[in-house]
Design a protein around this ligand. Structure first.
Ligand code: NAP
Length: 262
């Protein structure tokens, strides 16, 4: 078997880091991208120490030049690109539409929507050569109505439709929108620490309760499903929005014996 080269944005922590570690264990060449150099290099070092192959590329997905650099470094290091995982994401601003800061909205969409677009555009010439995959990390918020989350939710809804359009336009590659479920990561901490003023009290309490009741899953659980999809998502699924615990996704996870270790 030849092992794929996978570029994962937002791999300095949370779901991206968990997925990078699992994909590294599965034998992939893993390229990790994010802005926090120290955290990013630490995850890459862990993967190498465990016997994997990893490269850290520091950059901001909201910047076109950084997206091109991430792809160029991937190809320079590993000779091509098989899979792009658009995982980098931000939740803020958490605020009603009536009072949301336009600059903060612009920053949210720059990372959550424009970033995946720019990385995909840079990656496509290489993905086409290898009948590769793009996996866009979306969220339940793309279809649920959560007051205060308009910037994030509408960005994820846009990402889902971007996924459908890309699947239609690029028939030689496989494109999936992935829903990881509620995970115990820095993003959920931001909701608890900064969400009280921007969400209705009962909605905010729900998120605090889920954390206190230990209902948030470790990111390794969805990371396992995501890593298996990077290797094995079948072309017939192109354009779909798939939750981590979808029966077909979990059937693949069992088939390829991914263990989250969680
Ligand atoms: P997280 O722990 O906050 O991690 C977010 C990652 O994105 C970090 O590595 C961060 O690194 C990176 N990032 C943010 N802005 C970036 C930018 N402009 N350029 C490059 N990297 C950037 O969040 P997470 O929970 O793992 O989220 C991962 C994905 O899952 C996101 O797309 C999120 O929307 C989705 N999701 C999360 C949940 C949940 O419950 N946590 C639920 C559904 C969906 P730097 O700060 O170092 O750049």
């Amino acid at each position: 078997m030849t092992y794929p080269t996978i570029l994962i944005s937002g791999a300095s922590r949370g779901l991206g880091a968990a997925t990078a570690r699992i994909a590294g264990q599965m034998g992939a060449n893993v390229v990790l991208a994010a802005r926090s150099e120290g955290d990013l290099k630490a995850v890459a070092q862990d993967i190498e120490t465990a016997g994997g192959r990893a490269l850290a590329v520091v950059g901001d997905v909201s910047q076109a030049a950084d997206c091109q650099w991430m792809v160029a470094e991937t190809v320079r290091a590993f000779g091509g690109l098989d899979v792009l995982v658009n995982n980098a994401g931000v939740i803020e601003p958490i605020a009603p539409i009536a009072s949301g800061d336009p600059q903060a909205w612009r920053a949210n969409w720059a990372t959550n929507v424009h970033g995946p677009f720019m990385l995909t555009q840079a990656a496509l010439p290489y993905l086409r050569q290898r009948n590769g995959r793009v996996i866009n990390v979306s969220a339940g918020a793309a279809t649920k109505v959560i007051p205060g989350w308009a910037a994030y939710s509408s960005a994820k809804a846009a990402l889902n439709h971007f996924t459908r359009l890309l699947a239609k336009e690029e028939t030689d590659i496989t494109v999936i929108a992935f829903r990881p479920g509620a995970m115990d990561t820095a993003m959920q901490a931001t909701i608890r620490h900064k969400g009280a003023s921007g969400m209705p009290a009962e909605v905010y309490s729900h998120f605090v309760h889920r954390f206190e009741a230990d209902e948030l899953l470790p990111p390794q659980v969805a990371g396992c499903a995501l890593a298996v999809l990077t290797f094995h998502a079948p072309h017939e699924w192109s354009g779909a929005f798939l939750q981590w615990n979808n029966a077909q996704v979990q059937s693949l996870v069992r088939q390829y014996a991914c263990s989250s270790g969680a």
